[in-house]
Design a protein. Structure first.
Length: 278
């Protein structure tokens, strides 16, 4: 280890120090959030600050899961995120494969429209989408939370790059063996672009899980709230118990941290493969 440090270039050494410093700087708010959730409200505002809890208070989490339907919020978040992401992956992979490998009229125009849709902020569609949801009586329902989030073109844009890297010879060999287009797509092409599908799954899952504005508009009852919306409602309560609010914020953010830790390798592999062009 010491030999590596000695042979390290000065620029690389400074760069590593800078990266470590930025990492600590970005992780510190989360560290403070988690440790504060095990303190009392008085302990949070204690001066000088208590950097690590001298005594762990679990009452904040007990009150969160007993006094609030936190388990129901977590179930709603998992259900909405998983179903939405699964539908996005299926629809996006089919559309991206068609644009990348099939020949049909107006193909390039359709893809340009997809790219143009990415340039429009989601918030612009909030009012018309909400009116449509109300007309179809889908407010305060899972369908109202899921369907609008499926209508995204980002997955098509991302997966098209992966499908473009698949050689046409694979499709031709499948046709020579008598395979239909759907069989070629599911049996030959999809296994090759699995890293891209994994990257899309993670990106979309995190996006839906962290969605607040749309879920807040749709969820009219407390039991239909997602974990993010439910946690935000706790933050808005006029309560001096800030440690209790910290516990709610920790529960809402912890799943995303775990997903990043366990699936970071697949996410990085998917992004790097999509950037490689033959």
């Amino acid at each position: 280890m010491n030999k590596k440090i000695k042979h390290m270039e000065p620029f690389d050494f400074v760069l590593n120090i800078l990266v470590c410093f930025m990492g600590i700087l970005n992780l510190f708010p989360f560290y403070w959030l988690v440790t504060s959730s095990f303190k009392t409200s008085a302990g949070i505002f204690k001066m000088p600050p208590e950097w690590f809890p001298s005594t762990f208070h679990y009452k904040n989490y007990i009150d969160l899961f007993v006094g609030q339907p936190a388990f129901r919020w977590a179930f709603n978040s998992i259900l909405v995120s998983v179903v939405t992401t699964a539908l996005v992956v299926v629809c996006s992979s089919l559309a991206a494969y068609a644009i990348s490998k099939l020949e049909f009229r107006w193909k390039n125009v359709i893809f340009v429209i997809f790219i143009g849709a990415l340039m429009i902020p989601k918030e612009i569609f909030i009012v018309p989408l909400f009116q449509i949801i109300l007309k179809f009586h889908l407010s305060d329902s899972y369908m109202g939370m899921i369907l609008p989030n499926v209508a995204t073109t980002f997955g098509v844009f991302l997966l098209k790059g992966f499908f473009d890297t698949v050689p046409d010879s694979i499709r031709e060999s499948g046709r020579l063996d008598g395979a239909r287009e759907l069989t070629i797509f599911t049996r030959l092409v999809i296994p090759i672009v699995k890293p891209g599908i994994g990257a899309l799954f993670i990106l979309n899952f995190v996006n839906v899980w962290n969605d607040y504005l749309w879920q807040m508009l749709i969820a009219r009852s407390k039991n239909m709230m997602t974990l993010m919306v439910g946690t935000a409602s706790i933050m808005q309560e006029i309560s001096p118990n800030y440690a209790y609010k910290m516990a709610g914020a920790t529960v809402a953010s912890l799943p995303m941290l775990l997903i990043f830790i366990f699936f970071q390798r697949y996410f990085t592999k998917g992004i790097t493969m999509g950037a490689v062009k033959e």
